[in-house]
Design a protein around this ligand. Structure first.
Ligand SMILES: C[S@@+](CC[C@H](N)C(=O)[O-])C[C@H]1O[C@@H](n2cnc3c(N)ncnc32)[C@H](O)[C@@H]1O
Length: 213
């Protein structure tokens, strides 16, 4: 396509530096996560983190839920966008990875806003109560349709659901050895849902913005 920008690592650094650069706490969290090795590819990107903070503020979110917390980088970004009496419920199955996040949330002064619930997120999501302004989903991809169906009724009108990795590195189109069937099914599933408006952004690995009508 004509004017589409290819975001190289260098350009990504430039974008973050000229937008919302990482502070020392976020930078050290990212550095510690990289020391975990290959799993660090799961980290939310820095431009996405800036977007998460900004969207949280834009919609004046007070109650948010995150599915897929890992070492707490995206949770740090969302919680920083919440007011002092805001609440972020984080669902993840790993005590080990999220305990890294807890230390940084403490340092950043956002730990009091975060309620971390360890366990399978499909079960934890079924136990959620009340209404939410914002949801960020970044856990196992075959689970996305179930997470969407559980979360849509819980989000307020004009609230926002965000789903990460929805373009699967661009493999949702064309022929590929590893066909991202889960992402294709998810994208098709929500595109025809009349309860929501859907916009897929080409940021990171693809981030879908879903507005509840
Ligand atoms: C891509 S990482 C999340 C990255 C994170 N948002 C960040 O800011 O770096 C995916 C996370 O989903 C969690 N996860 C995967 N399947 C899950 C499930 N069924 N229930 C709960 N958590 C799950 C993993 O433990 C992992 O921490």
């Amino acid at each position: 396509m004509g004017n589409q920008v290819l975001v190289t690592d260098e350009l990504h650094e430039y974008m973050v530096a000229h937008g919302m650069p990482l502070d020392e706490i976020a930078r050290e969290l990212v550095e510690e996560t990289h020391k975990l090795g290959g799993v660090s590819v799961m980290l939310t990107t820095a431009d996405q983190a800036a977007l998460l903070t900004t969207l949280t503020r834009l919609i004046a979110a007070r109650r948010a839920v995150e599915i897929g917390t890992f070492t707490g980088f995206s949770a740090l970004a969302i919680s920083r966008g919440l007011p002092d009496d805001g609440e972020l419920i984080c669902l993840d199955v790993s005590d080990e990875w999220t305990s890294i996040g807890r230390r940084y949330w403490e340092r950043a002064g956002v730990a009091d806003k975060i309620d971390l619930r360890i366990g399978d997120a499909h079960e934890s999501a079924a136990k959620l109560e009340g209404e939410f302004d914002l949801a960020f989903v970044d856990a196992e991809k075959p689970g996305y349709i179930d997470y969407f169906e559980q979360l849509v009724p819980r989000i307020r009108t004009n609230g926002l659901l965000l789903f990460d990795n929805t373009l699967a590195g661009g493999r949702v189109v064309g022929q590929h050895e590893q066909d991202p069937v889960d992402r294709k099914e998810f994208n098709a599933h929500i595109a025809r849902d009349e309860r929501v408006d859907v916009v897929i952004l080409g940021i990171g690995d693809g981030l879908t913005l879903v507005r509840k009508r």
